[in-house]
Design a binder for this molecule. Structure first.
Ligand SMILES: Cc1ncc(CN)c(N)n1
Length: 229
C-alpha cells in the first residue's frame, strides 16, 4: 500500500498565493531593481517608506514574544526582531547615507496611505488575533522577499557586480534572511496543525491579504504615491 503524503498548510498557502506573488515578482519595481535600472528617486521613495514600515513590522515580532507559549519560540521572535532592527534596517541606513539622507530624515518619513493601511492591518491582528493569525499576517513579508532575493539572483546574478542595488539582493538572498523565513514557515505549519478548516481559512485570508499589500507597496513606490491632499 502506498503512503499518502499530507500537504502541509504552508504548501497550500504557497500554491494558492502564486497568482499574487507572480505579479509581485514581475512588478516593474522588482524587475528594474534586479537589473540595476530602477530610477534613483523611486528607490529613495521605497527606502524611506520601507524604513518606517519596518519599525511597525518589527513590533509584530515583539507581539510574537508576548504570545509565544515556550522559551524557544520567544527567543526566535526576539532574534528576528533584533535582525530586523540591526541587519535589515542597517541596509536602509547604508543606502540612505549613500544618497545623503540622514537617519533622522529616514525615521521622520510620513507613511503613505498604502503603507499605513498595510501596517495597521497587521497591528490590528496583533492586538486582537491569535499567534497563528499574527504569523499568517507577517509571513508574506519574510517569505516573498526571500523568494524575490533568490529570483533576482537567479535572473540577474551575472550582472550583480555592476548593479547599484546589489546589496539589496544580497540581503534578501542571504543565509540570515533565509533562516528567519524558514523558521516562520515551520512555525506556521506547527501552529496550523489540527486546526479546523474554518480557522485555516481565516489564516489564509490574512496571508493573501498581506500578499496583496506587498503588491500595493511595490506599486506605491514605483509611482511615488503620496497623500493626494
Ligand atoms: C513592505 C516590505 N515587505 C517585506 C519586507 C521584508 N522584510 C520589507 N522590508 N518591506
Amino acid at each position: 500500500m502506498g503512503t499518502v503524503k499530507i500537504k502541509k498548510f504552508t504548501e497550500r498557502l504557497f500554491e494558492n498565493v502564486q497568482p499574487i506573488w507572480e505579479k509581485n515578482h514581475n512588478h516593474p519595481f522588482v524587475q528594474e531593481l534586479g537589473r540595476g535600472q530602477l530610477a534613483e528617486e523611486k528607490f529613495i521613495h521605497y527606502m524611506k517608506q520601507d524604513y518606517v514600515y519596518l519599525i511597525d513590522y518589527a513590533k509584530l515580532f515583539a507581539v510574537g514574544v508576548l504570545k509565544a507559549q515556550d522559551l524557544h519560540t520567544m527567543g526566535k521572535f526576539a532574534q528576528i526582531l533584533d535582525e530586523t532592527l540591526n541587519v535589515e534596517m542597517e541596509l536602509h541606513r547604508q543606502f540612505a547615507a549613500e544618497f545623503g539622507i540622514s537617519r533622522k530624515q529616514l525615521e521622520a518619513t510620513k507613511p503613505t496611505p498604502v503603507n499605513l493601511a498595510y501596517t495597521r492591518y497587521m497591528l490590528n491582528v496583533a492586538q486582537n488575533g491569535s499567534l497563528a493569525e499574527v504569523v499568517a499576517c507577517l509571513l508574506p513579508c519574510a517569505w516573498d522577499y526571500w523568494e524575490i532575493g533568490k529570483l533576482l539572483r537567479k535572473q540577474y546574478g551575472n550582472q550583480i557586480q555592476t548593479n547599484r542595488y546589489a546589496k539589496w539582493i544580497e540581503t534578501y538572498d542571504s543565509e540570515t534572511f533565509a533562516q528567519g523565513a524558514k523558521w516562520l514557515i515551520q512555525l506556521m505549519d506547527e501552529l496550523a496543525e489540527g486546526k479546523p478548516e474554518r480557522e485555516l481559512a481565516i489564516l489564509e485570508e490574512h496571508f493573501q491579504m498581506t500578499s496583496k499589500y506587498e503588491y500595493l507597496f511595490w506599486d506605491m513606490n514605483y509611482y511615488k504615491q503620496e497623500w493626494p491632499i
